[in-house]
Design a protein around this ligand. Structure first.
Ligand code: SF4
Ligand code: SF4
Length: 339
């Protein structure tokens, strides 16, 4: 595994880190196997969030019995906006992760000016994280988000040591703005959604494309030992793409266009209980990867379907990618809800 320095934190982190979303979906025993396999494979950067249900606790089961202090770099995050709320969240994270200090605590999804103003204000979350630093609960403060303009404004305040944003072959806007700025400010760069939420099917090409950029760590979510083996081996050699491979990746990017779901789940919950990202995931398998019957079978098992959308528009207000979710659901429905 190759390692890079996480900006001014000085921490050495694996080029492939582990995103903490998918382990929510597997049971504790399997999560333990996956996390242990990741450590064995040289992955030392783990990223979770207070908002990822039991993800911190599942990681903590392994961290709590891992006796090599200083080897792992543990990151998590909270969407709390005030000092008191975030201090409470840090305490919960410490208990869940079963560590005395969290290496990196990030503000989770700072998505607009109002949120940025709130977290930076006196009595805001940044003040809380500074206090947590003084108490020795956390080492460094970072920020995550999907809206590049807001992240640019945030990192220019100098309050953050790292920045985390989505970057993939299909989503390069944020990187264009943030990579040069991160280099200038000495920030660690953590790449989320490297497979564009599963829209890019070939992790080999998708990750190696990212390694060619000045990023510190790329954190695909992993829910199986096989995925850990596959992704970590890519971080060992970090081979540049061949011209032919670049062409294949480019073709995939072209076929996706811009209007596709990254499965960030910010649109949920839907008042009609439509699992929006799941509908789009299955629709993607149906239309892009030729897995019609596979997708139809899974769609049939869903309790609420695309046709149950009441068109309230709530999800569209929440989607950071401004997707026309209602019309996309109608399209998916025309394929899946025919009978
Ligand atoms: S528009 Fe449809 S899918 Fe979106 S939140 Fe409303 S009911 Fe749910
Ligand atoms: S529809 Fe938008 S908010 Fe919902 S999961 Fe997809 S990208 Fe995220």
């Amino acid at each position: 595994m190759q390692y890079r320095t996480l900006g001014k934190t000085g921490l050495s982190v694996s080029l492939v880190g582990m995103g903490g979303i998918p382990i929510q979906k597997i049971d504790e025993a399997r999560a333990e196997q996956v996390v242990s396999a990741a450590i064995q494979a040289g992955i030392n950067f783990f990223d979770s969030a207070r908002g990822y249900t039991d993800s911190e606790a599942k990681l903590g089961r392994v961290f709590g019995s891992y006796h090599a202090p200083g080897k792992l770099v543990i990151a998590t995050k909270s969407a709390a906006k005030t000092k008191s709320e975030i201090l409470k969240d840090v305490e919960v994270s410490l208990k869940n992760l079963r560590v005395k200090t969290i290496d990196l605590y990030q503000l989770h999804n700072v998505k607009d000016e109002a949120t940025l103003d709130a977290v930076m204000a006196p009595g805001g979350a940044v003040e809380g994280l500074r206090e947590a630093q003084t108490k020795g609960w956390i080492r460094h403060i970072g920020i995550t988000g999907h809206v590049p303009e807001i992240l640019v404004k945030a990192v220019k305040t100098g309050a953050f040591a790292t920045v985390q944003f989505p970057f993939s072959a299909v989503e390069q806007e944020a990187a264009k703005m943030l990579l040069p700025l991160a280099a200038e400010l000495g920030l660690g760069v953590i790449v989320m959604k490297p497979l564009a939420g599963g829209a890019l099917s070939n992790s080999d090409l998708a990750l190696r494309f990212l390694f060619e950029h000045p990023v510190t760590t790329v954190i695909p979510g992993m829910a199986s030992v096989e995925e850990v083996a596959q992704n970590s081996s890519l971080g060992e050699r970090a081979l540049p793409l061949t011209p032919k491979e670049r062409e294949v990746l480019e073709q995939q990017v072209q076929s996706l266009g811009k209007t596709f779901c990254r499965r960030c789940e910010y649109c949920l919950p839907c008042p009609q209980n439509v699992n929006i990202p799941m509908v789009f995931l299955l629709d993607g398998y149906y239309t892009r990867y030729g897995l019609q019957s596979w997708a139809e079978e899974r769609y049939r098992a869903m309790e609420r379907k695309a046709k149950d959308c009441a068109e309230c528009g709530l999800c569209e207000e929440r989607c950071p990618y401004n997707l026309p979710i209602r019309s996309m659901l109608k399209e998916a429905s025309s394929r899946f809800d025919r009978e």
